[in-house]
Design a protein around this ligand. Structure first.
Ligand code: ATP
Ligand code: MG
Length: 327
Protein backbone atom coordinates (compact mmCIF):
# COMPACT_ATOMS: atom_id res chain seq x y z
CA UNK A 1 0.00 0.00 0.00
CA UNK A 2 1.43 3.42 -0.95
CA UNK A 3 1.94 6.24 1.58
CA UNK A 4 -0.78 8.30 -0.08
CA UNK A 5 -3.19 5.45 0.29
CA UNK A 6 -2.17 4.75 3.88
CA UNK A 7 -2.98 8.38 4.74
CA UNK A 8 -6.39 7.97 3.20
CA UNK A 9 -7.19 4.71 4.92
CA UNK A 10 -5.86 5.50 8.37
CA UNK A 11 -6.25 9.28 8.63
CA UNK A 12 -8.31 11.12 11.24
CA UNK A 13 -11.59 10.03 9.68
CA UNK A 14 -11.40 7.39 7.05
CA UNK A 15 -11.87 8.96 3.68
CA UNK A 16 -11.44 5.61 2.00
CA UNK A 17 -12.76 2.50 3.66
CA UNK A 18 -12.92 -1.16 2.66
CA UNK A 19 -16.19 -2.73 3.72
CA UNK A 20 -17.00 -6.38 3.87
CA UNK A 21 -20.64 -5.91 2.85
CA UNK A 22 -23.19 -6.98 5.45
CA UNK A 23 -26.37 -5.86 3.73
CA UNK A 24 -27.93 -7.80 0.89
CA UNK A 25 -30.90 -7.09 -1.36
CA UNK A 26 -33.13 -8.58 1.33
CA UNK A 27 -32.41 -5.40 3.33
CA UNK A 28 -32.88 -2.91 0.49
CA UNK A 29 -36.45 -1.88 -0.23
CA UNK A 30 -36.82 -0.02 -3.50
CA UNK A 31 -39.62 0.86 -5.91
CA UNK A 32 -39.92 -1.68 -8.75
CA UNK A 33 -38.33 0.49 -11.51
CA UNK A 34 -35.19 1.07 -9.39
CA UNK A 35 -34.96 -2.60 -8.49
CA UNK A 36 -35.36 -3.51 -12.14
CA UNK A 37 -32.52 -1.13 -13.10
CA UNK A 38 -30.28 -2.70 -10.45
CA UNK A 39 -31.12 -6.19 -11.62
CA UNK A 40 -30.15 -5.11 -15.12
CA UNK A 41 -26.86 -3.70 -13.76
CA UNK A 42 -26.08 -7.00 -12.04
CA UNK A 43 -26.83 -8.93 -15.20
CA UNK A 44 -24.42 -6.68 -17.11
CA UNK A 45 -21.71 -7.22 -14.52
CA UNK A 46 -22.10 -10.99 -14.72
CA UNK A 47 -22.08 -10.95 -18.51
CA UNK A 48 -19.00 -8.79 -18.37
CA UNK A 49 -17.14 -11.64 -16.71
CA UNK A 50 -18.40 -13.99 -19.39
CA UNK A 51 -17.42 -11.72 -22.28
CA UNK A 52 -14.09 -10.58 -21.00
CA UNK A 53 -12.81 -13.56 -19.04
CA UNK A 54 -14.34 -16.69 -20.52
CA UNK A 55 -14.62 -15.37 -24.07
CA UNK A 56 -11.16 -13.87 -23.75
CA UNK A 57 -11.96 -10.38 -24.98
CA UNK A 58 -10.04 -8.79 -22.08
CA UNK A 59 -6.85 -10.10 -23.66
CA UNK A 60 -7.73 -8.47 -26.97
CA UNK A 61 -8.87 -5.07 -25.67
CA UNK A 62 -6.84 -2.80 -23.42
CA UNK A 63 -9.44 -0.30 -22.26
CA UNK A 64 -13.12 0.22 -21.64
CA UNK A 65 -13.53 -3.08 -19.84
CA UNK A 66 -15.07 -1.76 -16.66
CA UNK A 67 -18.65 -0.92 -15.86
CA UNK A 68 -19.54 2.44 -14.38
CA UNK A 69 -22.86 3.27 -12.78
CA UNK A 70 -24.35 6.48 -11.53
CA UNK A 71 -26.79 6.30 -8.60
CA UNK A 72 -28.68 9.59 -8.40
CA UNK A 73 -31.25 10.49 -5.79
CA UNK A 74 -32.12 12.44 -2.66
CA UNK A 75 -30.28 11.77 0.61
CA UNK A 76 -31.28 8.65 2.53
CA UNK A 77 -32.91 6.83 -0.38
CA UNK A 78 -30.67 3.76 -0.16
CA UNK A 79 -27.83 4.47 -2.61
CA UNK A 80 -25.09 3.38 -0.21
CA UNK A 81 -26.86 0.22 0.97
CA UNK A 82 -27.68 -0.70 -2.65
CA UNK A 83 -23.96 -0.42 -3.52
CA UNK A 84 -23.19 -2.62 -0.52
CA UNK A 85 -25.78 -5.17 -1.64
CA UNK A 86 -24.31 -5.23 -5.17
CA UNK A 87 -20.86 -5.98 -3.73
CA UNK A 88 -22.40 -8.66 -1.48
CA UNK A 89 -24.17 -10.28 -4.43
CA UNK A 90 -20.91 -10.35 -6.38
CA UNK A 91 -18.99 -11.70 -3.37
CA UNK A 92 -16.62 -8.73 -3.48
CA UNK A 93 -15.51 -6.06 -1.02
CA UNK A 94 -16.75 -2.49 -1.31
CA UNK A 95 -14.14 0.27 -1.44
CA UNK A 96 -15.94 3.43 -0.30
CA UNK A 97 -14.42 6.81 -1.15
CA UNK A 98 -15.98 9.84 0.57
CA UNK A 99 -15.24 12.10 -2.29
CA UNK A 100 -16.42 15.49 -1.03
CA UNK A 101 -14.27 15.19 2.10
CA UNK A 102 -11.34 13.81 0.16
CA UNK A 103 -11.39 16.83 -2.11
CA UNK A 104 -11.73 19.37 0.66
CA UNK A 105 -9.06 17.81 2.88
CA UNK A 106 -6.54 17.08 0.15
CA UNK A 107 -6.98 20.08 -2.12
CA UNK A 108 -4.25 19.97 -4.75
CA UNK A 109 -3.57 16.27 -4.28
CA UNK A 110 -6.96 14.82 -5.05
CA UNK A 111 -5.93 13.58 -8.48
CA UNK A 112 -3.03 11.59 -7.00
CA UNK A 113 -5.33 10.01 -4.41
CA UNK A 114 -7.97 9.16 -6.96
CA UNK A 115 -5.36 7.30 -9.00
CA UNK A 116 -4.21 5.44 -5.85
CA UNK A 117 -7.76 4.41 -5.03
CA UNK A 118 -8.35 2.99 -8.52
CA UNK A 119 -5.11 1.03 -8.24
CA UNK A 120 -6.13 -0.43 -4.90
CA UNK A 121 -9.58 -1.45 -6.21
CA UNK A 122 -8.08 -3.04 -9.31
CA UNK A 123 -5.64 -5.06 -7.18
CA UNK A 124 -8.20 -6.22 -4.63
CA UNK A 125 -11.07 -6.72 -7.07
CA UNK A 126 -13.32 -4.54 -4.88
CA UNK A 127 -16.36 -2.69 -6.16
CA UNK A 128 -15.34 0.98 -6.10
CA UNK A 129 -17.94 3.35 -4.67
CA UNK A 130 -17.55 7.13 -4.92
CA UNK A 131 -19.97 8.47 -2.34
CA UNK A 132 -20.91 12.19 -2.32
CA UNK A 133 -19.60 12.43 -5.87
CA UNK A 134 -21.59 15.51 -6.87
CA UNK A 135 -18.42 17.57 -7.22
CA UNK A 136 -16.77 15.24 -9.71
CA UNK A 137 -19.82 14.48 -11.73
CA UNK A 138 -20.58 18.19 -12.13
CA UNK A 139 -19.61 20.07 -15.25
CA UNK A 140 -15.95 20.94 -15.54
CA UNK A 141 -15.12 24.58 -15.09
CA UNK A 142 -14.33 26.40 -18.28
CA UNK A 143 -12.56 29.31 -16.63
CA UNK A 144 -9.14 28.17 -15.45
CA UNK A 145 -8.22 31.35 -13.61
CA UNK A 146 -8.43 29.94 -10.08
CA UNK A 147 -6.30 27.29 -8.45
CA UNK A 148 -9.23 25.32 -7.13
CA UNK A 149 -10.80 25.09 -10.56
CA UNK A 150 -7.53 23.93 -12.08
CA UNK A 151 -7.24 21.19 -9.41
CA UNK A 152 -10.77 20.16 -10.02
CA UNK A 153 -10.21 19.87 -13.76
CA UNK A 154 -7.04 17.87 -13.21
CA UNK A 155 -8.97 15.49 -10.96
CA UNK A 156 -11.68 15.00 -13.54
CA UNK A 157 -9.09 14.34 -16.24
CA UNK A 158 -7.41 11.69 -14.04
CA UNK A 159 -10.75 10.16 -13.15
CA UNK A 160 -11.76 9.83 -16.75
CA UNK A 161 -8.52 8.18 -17.74
CA UNK A 162 -8.61 5.84 -14.73
CA UNK A 163 -12.20 4.97 -15.55
CA UNK A 164 -11.17 4.14 -19.08
CA UNK A 165 -8.55 1.67 -17.84
CA UNK A 166 -10.32 0.27 -14.78
CA UNK A 167 -11.46 -3.30 -15.39
CA UNK A 168 -13.91 -3.56 -12.48
CA UNK A 169 -17.19 -2.11 -11.27
CA UNK A 170 -17.38 1.52 -10.15
CA UNK A 171 -20.41 3.31 -8.77
CA UNK A 172 -20.79 7.07 -8.39
CA UNK A 173 -23.48 8.31 -6.00
CA UNK A 174 -24.81 11.86 -6.26
CA UNK A 175 -27.70 13.87 -4.89
CA UNK A 176 -27.89 16.09 -7.94
CA UNK A 177 -28.97 14.28 -11.03
CA UNK A 178 -28.44 17.29 -13.30
CA UNK A 179 -25.15 18.90 -14.24
CA UNK A 180 -23.28 15.79 -15.25
CA UNK A 181 -20.09 16.53 -17.09
CA UNK A 182 -20.62 15.48 -20.73
CA UNK A 183 -17.34 13.57 -20.67
CA UNK A 184 -18.69 11.54 -17.74
CA UNK A 185 -21.98 11.11 -19.49
CA UNK A 186 -20.14 9.27 -22.27
CA UNK A 187 -18.23 7.07 -19.83
CA UNK A 188 -21.02 6.36 -17.31
CA UNK A 189 -23.89 5.21 -19.40
CA UNK A 190 -25.90 3.47 -16.71
CA UNK A 191 -27.88 5.88 -14.58
CA UNK A 192 -30.10 4.57 -11.82
CA UNK A 193 -32.54 6.94 -10.16
CA UNK A 194 -33.28 6.46 -6.48
CA UNK A 195 -36.68 7.94 -5.73
CA UNK A 196 -38.24 8.76 -2.38
CA UNK A 197 -40.05 5.63 -1.14
CA UNK A 198 -43.78 5.32 -1.77
CA UNK A 199 -46.33 4.36 0.87
CA UNK A 200 -45.85 0.59 0.54
CA UNK A 201 -42.06 0.87 0.54
CA UNK A 202 -42.11 3.10 3.60
CA UNK A 203 -44.08 0.54 5.54
CA UNK A 204 -41.57 -2.18 4.63
CA UNK A 205 -38.62 0.08 5.48
CA UNK A 206 -40.09 0.70 8.98
CA UNK A 207 -40.27 -3.03 9.53
CA UNK A 208 -36.82 -3.67 8.02
CA UNK A 209 -35.19 -1.40 10.60
CA UNK A 210 -36.13 -3.72 13.46
CA UNK A 211 -34.70 -7.04 14.49
CA UNK A 212 -37.05 -9.81 13.41
CA UNK A 213 -37.18 -11.45 16.83
CA UNK A 214 -35.34 -9.36 19.40
CA UNK A 215 -36.91 -5.89 19.14
CA UNK A 216 -39.81 -5.70 21.66
CA UNK A 217 -42.86 -4.00 20.15
CA UNK A 218 -46.05 -2.96 21.93
CA UNK A 219 -49.32 -4.30 20.47
CA UNK A 220 -50.40 -0.78 19.39
CA UNK A 221 -47.56 -0.41 16.84
CA UNK A 222 -49.07 0.35 13.44
CA UNK A 223 -46.54 0.59 10.59
CA UNK A 224 -49.09 1.36 7.84
CA UNK A 225 -50.21 4.37 9.93
CA UNK A 226 -46.61 5.55 10.36
CA UNK A 227 -45.94 5.14 6.64
CA UNK A 228 -49.10 7.10 5.86
CA UNK A 229 -48.39 9.90 8.31
CA UNK A 230 -44.72 10.52 7.48
CA UNK A 231 -43.70 10.75 3.82
CA UNK A 232 -39.99 10.59 4.63
CA UNK A 233 -36.86 8.88 3.26
CA UNK A 234 -35.52 5.51 4.42
CA UNK A 235 -32.64 7.36 6.11
CA UNK A 236 -35.14 9.38 8.17
CA UNK A 237 -37.06 6.21 9.05
CA UNK A 238 -33.84 4.57 10.25
CA UNK A 239 -33.05 7.58 12.47
CA UNK A 240 -36.63 7.70 13.77
CA UNK A 241 -36.48 4.03 14.77
CA UNK A 242 -33.23 4.55 16.65
CA UNK A 243 -34.70 7.61 18.39
CA UNK A 244 -37.87 5.69 19.27
CA UNK A 245 -35.84 2.89 20.81
CA UNK A 246 -33.89 5.41 22.90
CA UNK A 247 -37.07 7.08 24.12
CA UNK A 248 -38.60 3.71 25.00
CA UNK A 249 -35.58 2.68 27.07
CA UNK A 250 -35.94 5.85 29.17
CA UNK A 251 -39.48 4.95 30.29
CA UNK A 252 -39.71 3.99 34.00
CA UNK A 253 -39.81 0.36 35.04
CA UNK A 254 -37.57 -2.68 34.58
CA UNK A 255 -35.88 -3.07 31.19
CA UNK A 256 -37.41 -6.50 30.71
CA UNK A 257 -40.90 -4.92 30.55
CA UNK A 258 -40.00 -2.18 28.09
CA UNK A 259 -41.58 -2.12 24.65
CA UNK A 260 -41.41 0.32 21.77
CA UNK A 261 -44.88 1.80 21.44
CA UNK A 262 -46.52 3.66 18.59
CA UNK A 263 -46.10 7.00 20.37
CA UNK A 264 -42.34 6.36 20.65
CA UNK A 265 -42.10 5.88 16.88
CA UNK A 266 -44.19 9.03 16.32
CA UNK A 267 -42.01 11.00 18.73
CA UNK A 268 -38.88 9.59 17.09
CA UNK A 269 -39.95 10.73 13.64
CA UNK A 270 -41.16 14.09 14.92
CA UNK A 271 -37.76 14.75 16.44
CA UNK A 272 -36.03 13.77 13.16
CA UNK A 273 -38.26 16.21 11.28
CA UNK A 274 -37.67 18.94 13.89
CA UNK A 275 -33.89 18.41 13.75
CA UNK A 276 -33.99 18.85 9.99
CA UNK A 277 -35.87 22.14 10.38
CA UNK A 278 -33.29 23.42 12.86
CA UNK A 279 -30.50 22.49 10.44
CA UNK A 280 -32.21 24.25 7.55
CA UNK A 281 -32.80 27.32 9.68
CA UNK A 282 -29.25 27.55 10.98
CA UNK A 283 -27.86 27.09 7.49
CA UNK A 284 -30.08 29.92 6.32
CA UNK A 285 -29.06 32.20 9.18
CA UNK A 286 -25.39 31.42 8.83
CA UNK A 287 -25.38 32.29 5.18
CA UNK A 288 -27.06 35.65 4.57
CA UNK A 289 -25.79 35.91 1.00
CA UNK A 290 -26.41 32.28 0.12
CA UNK A 291 -29.21 31.46 -2.26
CA UNK A 292 -31.84 33.59 -3.96
CA UNK A 293 -34.15 33.53 -0.93
CA UNK A 294 -31.36 34.70 1.39
CA UNK A 295 -30.43 37.55 -0.93
CA UNK A 296 -34.07 38.63 -1.33
CA UNK A 297 -34.49 38.65 2.44
CA UNK A 298 -31.34 40.73 2.91
CA UNK A 299 -32.57 43.23 0.28
CA UNK A 300 -36.00 43.49 1.93
CA UNK A 301 -34.36 44.10 5.32
CA UNK A 302 -32.14 46.86 3.87
CA UNK A 303 -35.17 48.55 2.30
CA UNK A 304 -37.06 48.45 5.59
CA UNK A 305 -34.13 49.99 7.48
CA UNK A 306 -33.87 52.72 4.83
CA UNK A 307 -37.60 53.49 5.08
CA UNK A 308 -37.41 53.73 8.90
CA UNK A 309 -34.38 56.05 8.69
CA UNK A 310 -36.14 58.22 6.08
CA UNK A 311 -39.30 58.42 8.21
CA UNK A 312 -37.23 59.35 11.29
CA UNK A 313 -35.49 62.10 9.32
CA UNK A 314 -38.82 63.45 8.03
CA UNK A 315 -40.29 63.51 11.55
CA UNK A 316 -37.28 65.37 12.94
CA UNK A 317 -37.40 67.92 10.08
CA UNK A 318 -41.10 68.56 10.74
CA UNK A 319 -40.38 68.91 14.48
CA UNK A 320 -37.58 71.36 13.68
CA UNK A 321 -39.90 73.33 11.35
CA UNK A 322 -42.61 73.50 14.01
CA UNK A 323 -40.09 74.62 16.63
CA UNK A 324 -38.74 77.33 14.34
CA UNK A 325 -42.27 78.51 13.42
CA UNK A 326 -43.18 78.80 17.13
CA UNK A 327 -39.96 80.57 18.02
N1 ATP B 1 -34.52 1.82 0.26
C1 ATP B 1 -34.16 1.51 1.51
N2 ATP B 1 -34.40 0.27 2.01
C2 ATP B 1 -34.05 -0.05 3.26
N3 ATP B 1 -33.43 0.79 4.10
C3 ATP B 1 -33.16 2.03 3.66
C4 ATP B 1 -33.51 2.45 2.34
N4 ATP B 1 -33.12 3.71 2.17
C5 ATP B 1 -32.53 4.07 3.31
N5 ATP B 1 -32.54 3.08 4.21
C6 ATP B 1 -32.00 3.14 5.59
O1 ATP B 1 -31.39 4.41 5.74
C7 ATP B 1 -29.98 4.29 5.91
C8 ATP B 1 -29.29 5.34 5.04
O2 ATP B 1 -29.43 4.99 3.68
P1 ATP B 1 -28.26 5.20 2.64
O3 ATP B 1 -27.02 5.59 3.36
O4 ATP B 1 -28.17 4.02 1.75
O5 ATP B 1 -28.83 6.44 1.83
P2 ATP B 1 -28.09 7.25 0.67
O6 ATP B 1 -29.05 7.33 -0.46
O7 ATP B 1 -26.75 6.68 0.44
O8 ATP B 1 -28.00 8.69 1.35
P3 ATP B 1 -26.90 9.85 1.11
O9 ATP B 1 -27.22 10.49 -0.21
O10 ATP B 1 -27.18 10.77 2.26
O11 ATP B 1 -25.56 9.21 1.16
C9 ATP B 1 -29.62 2.87 5.52
O12 ATP B 1 -28.56 2.39 6.30
C10 ATP B 1 -30.91 2.11 5.80
O13 ATP B 1 -30.96 1.73 7.16
MG1 MG C 1 -24.83 7.41 0.87
Amino acid sequence: MSDALRDLFFGRRQLVETLAPRRTFADVILPPPTLEAIRHALALIRKQDLIFEQWGLAERHGGGLGLAFHFAGPPGTGKTIAAEAIAATLGRKLLVVRYAELESRWAGQTAKHVAAVFREAAESGAVLFFDEADAIAARRFTNLSQGYERDSNATVAVLLSELERFPGVVIFATNLASNIDPAFERRIRHHIRFEMPGLGERERIWRAQLHATKTPLAPDVDFPALAERFARSGGDIKNAVLKAAQIATLEPGPDADKRIEQRHFVQGMESVVAAERVMAQSLFEGEPQGGAAGAALARARDRLLFAIAAAALAVSLIALGVALARG
